[in-house]
Design a binder for this molecule. Structure first.
Ligand SMILES: NC(=O)C1=CN([C@@H]2O[C@H](COP(=O)(O)OP(=O)(O)OC[C@H]3O[C@@H](n4cnc5c(N)ncnc54)[C@H](O)[C@@H]3O)[C@@H](O)[C@H]2O)C=CC1
Ligand SMILES: O=C([O-])CC(=O)C(=O)O
Length: 307
C-alpha cells in the first residue's frame, strides 16, 4: 500500500486528501503547522469514509516525522494570493515555507516523489529541487493539468460539447505568460482552429490565462482548490498505477524546448519513476517567441531567489 503525505491542510491540501481518500490509493498523512487543524480535518475525513464507503487511513499531524518513508509528498503549504496580487508576489513568503518543508522531506522521505503545488509554481518547484537535492525526475509541479482543464472547460462550453471529448493543451509558466495551444487542442480529433474563429479562440485563450485570477477575484480570499486538487490526484494516479499518461506538468528542462535549468509547463510521461520523458510539441513562430519570454521571466525569478 502506498503512503502519501500532503503538506498544508488548507483548501488545496484538505480537498486533495478528500479526493485521495475516496480513491483508496493507500494511507495518507496530512501535515500543517497550525495545531489541531490537520488532526481535525483528518478525523472528519476518516468519519466521511463510513458514509461514502472508504477505509483509507488518514493521520493529521504537526510533526514531520509522521511523513517518514512516504512514496509521494505533495506540497500545498504556503500563502495564497489575494485579489490584485500576482502569483509572483508570493515568492518571498513562500520560499521560506518551501525551504522549511523541503528540508523535512529530505530528512524523512528521501525516496519520495515530490509534487509541488505552492505558488509561484515553477519557482517553488525549483526551490524544492534545490533543497531536497533529489533527481529532477522525482520533483515536479502541478500546473498544466489545471490550466489545460480550464481551457478544455471553456472550449466545451463554447461549443456545447461534453468536456470529456475535448483535448486541450497549455504549456509554459503557470502565470500570465502561459501558452494555451489552439492547434494542439481538439474536439474528438478536430483541431480547434477548424471549429472556432480566431477571435473566439483568442477570447478563450485570454480567459484561460487569467483563469486563476478570475476565481481569486470572485472568492476575495483564497484561490481555486476544487480543480487544483483534481489535477493533483490525476498526477498521483498516473504515478501509483504506473499509467505512463502524458500530462502537462511543470518539469525540469534539460535542453527540451531550447531551455535548460528551469521548471516549465510541458507535456510529460508520468509513471512510477515520476517524469519518464518530456514531449516536445511543434510551435508556431509566435508561440516560440512567447515561450522564450515566459521562460526568461521564470529564469529571472530563479536568479533572484534567496536560497
Ligand atoms: N499550482 C497551482 O496550480 C495552484 C497553486 N496553489 C497554491 O497552493 C498554495 C496553497 O493554497 P491553499 O490551500 O488555497 O491555501 P490555504 O491558505 O488554504 O492553505 C495553506 C496552508 O499551508 C499551511 N502552512 C503554512 N506554512 C506551513 C509550513 N511551514 N508547514 C506546513 N504547513 C504550512 C497553512 O497553515 C495553511 O493551512 C498557495 O501557495 C496557492 O497559491 C493553489 C491553487 C493552484
Ligand atoms: O490563482 C492562483 O493564485 C491559484 C492558482 O495558481 C490557480 O488557480 O491557477
Amino acid at each position: 500500500m502506498a503512503k502519501i503525505s500532503v503538506i498544508g491542510a488548507g483548501n488545496v491540501g484538505a480537498t486533495t486528501v478528500q479526493r485521495l481518500a475516496e480513491m483508496e490509493f493507500g494511507s495518507i498523512v496530512l501535515v500543517d503547522i497550525v495545531e489541531g487543524l490537520p488532526q481535525g480535518k483528518a478525523l472528519d475525513l476518516m468519519q466521511a469514509g463510513a458514509i461514502v464507503g472508504y477505509d483509507t487511513k488518514i493521520k493529521g499531524s504537526n510533526d514531520y516525522a509522521d511523513i517518514v518513508d512516504s512514496d509521494i509528498v505533495i506540497i500545498t503549504a504556503g500563502a495564497a494570493r489575494k485579489p490584485g496580487m500576482s502569483r509572483a508576489d508570493l515568492i518571498n513568503i513562500n520560499t521560506k515555507i518551501m525551504k522549511d518543508v523541503c528540508e523535512k522531506i529530505k530528512q524523512y522521505a528521501p525516496k519520495s516523489i515530490v509534487i509541488a503545488v505552492t505558488n509561484p509554481l515553477d519557482i517553488m518547484t525549483y526551490v524544492a529541487l534545490e533543497i531536497t537535492g533529489f533527481e529532477p525526475n522525482r520533483v515536479f509541479g502541478m500546473s498544466g493539468i489545471l490550466d489545460t482543464g480550464r481551457f478544455a472547460s471553456f472550449i466545451a462550453d463554447e461549443l456545447a460539447y461534453s468536456k470529456r471529448d475535448v483535448e486541450a493543451m497549455v504549456i509554459g509558466g503557470h502565470g500570465d505568460q502561459m501558452l494555451p495551444l489552439p492547434q494542439h487542442s481538439s474536439v474528438f480529433g478536430t483541431p480547434l482552429p477548424e471549429l472556432l474563429g480566431e477571435d473566439v479562440i483568442a477570447g478563450l485563450v485570454e480567459r484561460t490565462i487569467h483563469g486563476g485570477a478570475e476565481i481569486v477575484a470572485l472568492l476575495k480570499q483564497g484561490s481555486a482548490f476544487y480543480a487544483p486538487s483534481a489535477a493533483i490526484v490525476q498526477m498521483v494516479e498516473s504515478i501509483l498505477r504506473d499509467e505512463k499518461r502524458i500530462l502537462p506538468v511543470s518539469a525540469y528542462l534539460q535542453g527540451e524546448y531550447g531551455q535548460k535549468g528551469i521548471y516549465f509547463g510541458v507535456p510529460a510521461k508520468i509513471g512510477c519513476d515520476g517524469i519518464e520523458g518530456i514531449i516536445e510539441l511543434e510551435l508556431t513562430e509566435e508561440q516560440e517567441h512567447a515561450l522564450k519570454e515566459s521562460s526568461a521571466s521564470i529564469r529571472e525569478n530563479i536568479e533572484d531567489l534567496d536560497i
